[in-house]
Design a protein around this ligand. Structure first.
Ligand code: PBG
Length: 331
């Protein structure tokens, strides 16, 4: 005679030890990557108002950031450059002494093989119009002309010492073009992380502050439309086919369904970028006393893992990794 109810799913939730034993997913420091902003011409970290706790760093402050990331056991750092001068063709991106390329070299030296150095490969921080590519005479973003610049930017980033290049510009054919340029330069060793399913998103708002973006208008002619899930999967498959070593979905939280669908079919590792707006929402809500900050952070990250991301770019990477290392089961 069985007592009602017959199925007692609460059994495995009864104690911390049971819950720990049966947890399906977890976070580990090696699965976290820290985005880092390096700004030309400053001599002390500059806080980013829209992202409490995140700063722009001077070049000579970068070794300490990389050191902290390595000590926390992170999988890597993703570098963004904020140049002093911008022009129509984004010259600072391809110049070997441009701020991002210098930052890569400094980070690579500091990392000394303990974690990977990754670099954003896109023109938006370097163009005076703020678009991710070159503009045609009619003001539209010229896809194919941009590919040639991306190829040169990739070779410069590889020469500076980047291990992985993050292709975030959403131009068609960018993975194949960059792969071909690197291979022609003898850099078959440098890996490509394709921001494959990158959506046109309001959640990039705080980032635009962080890189002092000059964009007037939007990126809807090249970034994906929020309404389209199937197209995100298609982008990931095309990028993998073009030679992407890793594909990424971005933003993460509002696109967990896309992440899950990509993870199901991708032949290469799948990552997610928890973007600036996702960070800011939690930080500002916590500052207002509305949510438990640390639990909310952990929940967003495990949700992204559960949806299928193997690795996550997050502004909380060091803090969370330190908590994990301190022996807390869930960050
Ligand atoms: C493009 C780039 C963007 C982000 C990363 N790479 C901005 C954009 O496409 O508008 C956003 C990251 C974030 O919001 O945290 N270089």
């Amino acid at each position: 005679m069985t007592a009602f109810p017959e199925r007692r799913l609460r059994r495995l939730r009864a104690t911390p030890a049971l819950r720990r034993l049966v947890a399906e997913h977890d976070l580990t420091p090696r699965r976290l990557v820290l985005p880092v902003f390096v700004k030309e011409g400053i001599d002390a970290p500059q806080p980013i108002a829209s992202m409490p706790g995140v700063a722009q760093h001077p070049l000579d402050g970068l070794p300490a950031v990389v050191e902290a990331a390595a000590a926390a056991g992170l999988g890597g750092v993703m570098l963004f450059g904020v140049p002093e001068h911008r022009d129509a063709v984004g010259s600072g991106a391809t110049a070997q002494d441009g701020i991002l390329n210098r930052a890569i070299a400094v980070a690579a030296r500091a990392a000394a093989g303990r974690l990977t150095v990754q670099a954003d490969l896109c023109l938006d921080e370097f163009t005076d119009h703020g678009h991710c590519g070159l503009l045609a005479a009619d003001g539209s973003v010229d896809n194919d002309a941009t590919l040639e610049v991306y190829g040169r930017m990739a070779v410069a980033q590889a020469a500076a010492g980047a291990d992985i290049l993050g292709l975030s510009g959403m131009m068609d054919g960018q993975v194949a073009a960059v792969r071909a340029a690197l291979d022609a330069a003898g850099r078959t060793d440098v890996a490509l992380l394709a921001y494959a399913a990158k959506y046109a998103s309001a959640f990039y708002g705080p980032f635009r502050d962080a890189v002092e973006s000059t964009l007037d208008g939007d990126r809807r002619t090249y970034q994906l439309d929020a309404a389209n899930g199937r197209e995100g999967v298609q982008e990931a498959l095309v990028d993998a086919d073009e030679g992407a070593d890793i594909v990424m979905v971005k933003p993460a939280g509002p696109y967990l369904d896309v992440l899950a669908r990509v993870a199901e079919v991708s032949p290469v590792p799948v990552w997610a970028y928890q973007v600036s707006g996702e960070y800011a929402l939690v930080e500002h809500a916590a500052a207002a006393g509305l949510i438990d900050r640390d639990r909310a952070i952990a929940e967003t990250l495990i949700g992204i893992r559960r949806a299928g991301a193997e690795t996550i770019l997050t502004y909380w990477a060091i803090e969370v990794a330190q908590r994990l290392r301190g022996g807390e089961e869930s960050a």
